[in-house]
Design a protein around this ligand. Structure first.
Ligand code: HEM
Ligand code: HEM
Length: 308
């Protein structure tokens, strides 16, 4: 190996490669260091300790031994198989979530809380307005899941159940080191989005008990059917609260395991991504314009009661 040609970006994985040319598995221990000679000498030291019981200790938050590798383990194995000459240019710059996905998320969080508050404080005009805005956000997210940035695309992150089982066992070799939702997280995202669709959809048809408050499409149903929609609205709200609690617990759990999911959802970047991760591919601006225009237009049309 030509040591002088090595660069700082891939010194850590080379260090591991030298020590463990095959792969790192549960129970394995790897301590490696490498030092070049001559001008611009690089110093590399890396330590990976995977407990025999399958638990993963906290690892440094940068480079190959960062949080991603910590949680996935697989990421390291994936990198072991890549060519030694893979350069940092081939690696992600740490961008995980594009701006539209992040805006979607934080607007959704704010509007969900606001809709809840309005419903509980009898501010039904504001409740409907906020709910319709959530409808627009959901329509946007569904389209963005098809034409958006790579990490937002459903086809990229929704995997077959065997991937989830493998992810949980932490040893399925063919799980690629991609950025974005992990196979298990993907199902919780689908559950959250699906329940939100039911929440908003039922609200559109809901009628309150004295018929004074109603959604813009309730005129299409009888009063009794509108009451059923209101009942569904209440049930899905409770389901959403449970899912959100799980969502937050999962994020807290990952934090305890040394992986910060929150910061990437705020700033878009995750500097702990393993080398060899599939980088985020952003969508063209035109896709954003189309998705926002359609989502906004349809939400407005629905709020008016579908006038023709
Ligand atoms: C994130 C979206 C939404 C959330 C979290 C939400 C939440 C709620 C909650 C908690 C209630 C029950 C209030 C209570 O009885 O104490 C409620 C009632 C209601 N919501 Fe929503 N809602 C959402 C979206 C919508 C939408 C899009 C509409 C229609 C445009 C809508 C229309 C209604 C109506 C008409 C009621 C009264 C039903 C009744 O009193 O039985 N909601 N909503
Ligand atoms: C302050 C409370 C919240 C925090 C800190 C938070 C944090 C996060 C984080 C860190 C992710 C990325 C997870 C990953 O890396 O796989 C995420 C994704 C997501 N969260 Fe939350 N969340 C919060 C509240 C909510 C609420 C209230 C909802 C629903 C009403 C929600 C729905 C979602 C959805 C749908 C995604 C997937 C994003 C996408 O792919 O578009 N979150 N959240």
């Amino acid at each position: 190996m030509d040591e002088q040609s090595l660069d700082a970006g891939n010194h850590a994985d080379i260090a591991i490669r030298l020590s463990h040319p095959d792969r790192i598995s549960k129970g394995a221990k790897c301590n490696a260091s490498w030092e070049s000679s001559g001008p611009g000498a690089l110093k590399a030291a890396s330590a990976i300790d995977v407990g025999a019981n399958g638990s993963y200790p906290r690892l440094p938050q940068r480079g190959i031994c960062g949080g991603w590798a910590n949680v996935l383990g697989l990421a390291i194995a994936a990198d072991m198989n890549s060519s030694p000459s893979s350069s940092p240019r081939n690696r992600s710059d740490g961008q995980v979530w594009d701006l539209p996905t992040r805006l979607f998320h934080w607007l959704l969080v704010g509007l969900f809380a606001f809709s809840w508050w309005c419903a509980k404080h009898d501010q039904m005009d504001w409740h409907r307005l906020s709910g319709i805005t959530v409808l627009g956000l959901l329509l946007f997210r569904l389209m963005w899941g098809v034409i958006g940035g790579s990490t937002a695309r459903f086809a990229q992150f929704v995997k077959a159940p065997r991937h989830v089982a493998g992810y949980l066992r932490n040893k399925l070799p063919d799980v690629p080191a991609t950025v974005g939702h992990n196979p298990l997280g993907a199902y919780s995202v689908i559950a959250l989005l699906g329940t939100l669709v039911i929440q908003v959809g039922s609200g559109l048809f809901a009628v309150d008990v004295d018929g004074l408050e109603s959604g813009p499409l309730s005129y299409l149903l009888s009063f009794d059917q509108g009451r059923v929609a209101a009942h569904i609205h209440g049930v899905s709200f409770n389901l959403l609260l449970a899912l959100i609690a799980l969502h937050l617990l999962a994020i807290g759990y990952y934090r305890l395991r040394g992986r910060n999911l929150l910061l990437p959802m705020v700033i878009g970047r995750d500097r702990t991504m393993p080398p060899g991760s599939e980088p985020l591919r952003t969508a063209p601006l035109l896709h954003l314009v189309i998705a926002v225009a359609i989502a906004g237009g349809v939400a407005w049309w629905v709020s008016r009661g579908l006038p023709l």
